[in-house]
Write a protein that binds this ligand. Structure first.
Ligand SMILES: [Zn+2]
Length: 322
């Protein structure tokens, strides 16, 4: 029986249950945190994370996959604390979250050296704990799959091929990154069913999406609430059309929600967050809007309970199980 590593240990895939595939209880700039610790308020951040964890549990969520990798402030001990305080199953990752920059340490070392770092997290444990990573994260965004990003993708692919761990790749449909990302993974011998192209739901270009799906990969319809990239009604219309074309077995629903830290969101100061909310960039974004606003609408538009179960219970089992 396939199993999945969580921050509280290994579980059978049957125990995953209702799963949010892409949310962040914690995300922050780890260099700022180390160099200027006074800007962070860890206990306040923790209590906000606790609130969101309890809120998703209230909607029947059993598991949250948290793709907070290197450069996004991964802190596995705090995730362990959250899981033990709430009973929520939290799945941790390894990998690197960068759109372009790589530290010299990684720039001057090979893909295989970087793959070894990821394999260490998957087989030995993360940050000196015995918590093991269940998936490998990487990203391509506006700069595209340039030399540095390709290096990270090849390292991720090699670690996946060695361990069987699935890959979650942040993508930017507006920069057409998805097909190139899939291309690199397939060249390195990764099975398509181990690949998830996150943020595919930021576009409603069905030709772009179907080209990805034809490669046999999973796609993340995972940024519900970030209207800045695509408003909810257009995300819903896309999911509804893809369901009618028979793609329930290839889609994930999630929100990519980031919990605010002491000074607004990690990326933005509080005044910018307020401005974004007021301007309609992300007015309803939360870790529960999927249940409150999206799923009811998708059901009205014809989504069956079985399709919902496929996207939120069965797909996580198939993609995560090793
Ligand atoms: Zn994310």
């Amino acid at each position: 029986m396939p199993a999945v590593e969580t921050v509280a240990g290994r579980i059978d895939v049957e125990e995953l249950g209702l799963t949010l595939i892409h949310e962040h209880f914690f995300s922050s700039d780890e260099a700022v945190t180390v160099q200027w610790p006074h800007v962070r308020q860890h206990e306040q951040e923790y209590s906000l994370a606790l609130e969101s964890a309890e809120a998703v549990k209230g909607h029947g969520v059993n598991t949250v996959v948290e793709p907070t990798a290197m450069l996004l402030g991964r802190d596995v001990r705090t995730s362990q604390r959250l899981a033990s305080d709430t009973g929520l199953q939290i799945v941790a990752c390894t990998g690197i979250y960068t759109y372009d920059h790589l530290p010299q340490f990684l720039l001057n070392r090979s893909e295989d050296f970087i793959a070894d770092l990821f394999v260490h997290d998957i087989e030995q444990g993360i940050q000196g704990t015995d918590v093991k990573a269940a998936l490998i994260k990487c990203a391509a965004d506006e700069p595209g799959v340039n030399e540095r990003i390709e290096k990270v993708h090849r390292a991720v692919a090699r670690a996946s091929a060695r361990t069987g761990a699935p890959i979650m790749a942040h993508s930017r449909p507006a920069s057409n990154t998805g097909p190139r990302q899939v291309g690199v993974f397939l060249e390195e011998g990764v099975a398509p069913e181990k690949i998830q192209i996150a943020h595919t739901g930021d576009t409603d270009d069905l030709d772009y999406i179907e080209r990805l799906l034809e490669a046999g990969v999973y796609i993340g319809m995972d940024r519900y609430g970030i209207d800045l990239f695509l408003p909810t009604d257009r995300r819903n219309a896309t999911v509804t059309e893809l369901l009618s074309r028979g793609y329930a077995e290839r889609m994930f629903l999630s929100q990519d929600f980031d919990i605010p830290i002491a000074n607004g969101l990690d990326w933005y100061p509080p005044e910018m967050v307020e401005q974004m909310q007021a301007s309609g960039a992300a007015p309803d974004w939360s870790m529960t809007m999927l249940f409150e606003q999206v799923i009811p609408t998708l059901k009205e538009q014809g989504m069956t309970d079985e399709q919902l179960d496929t996207m939120m219970v069965q797909n996580p089992k198939r993609w995560l199980g090793v």
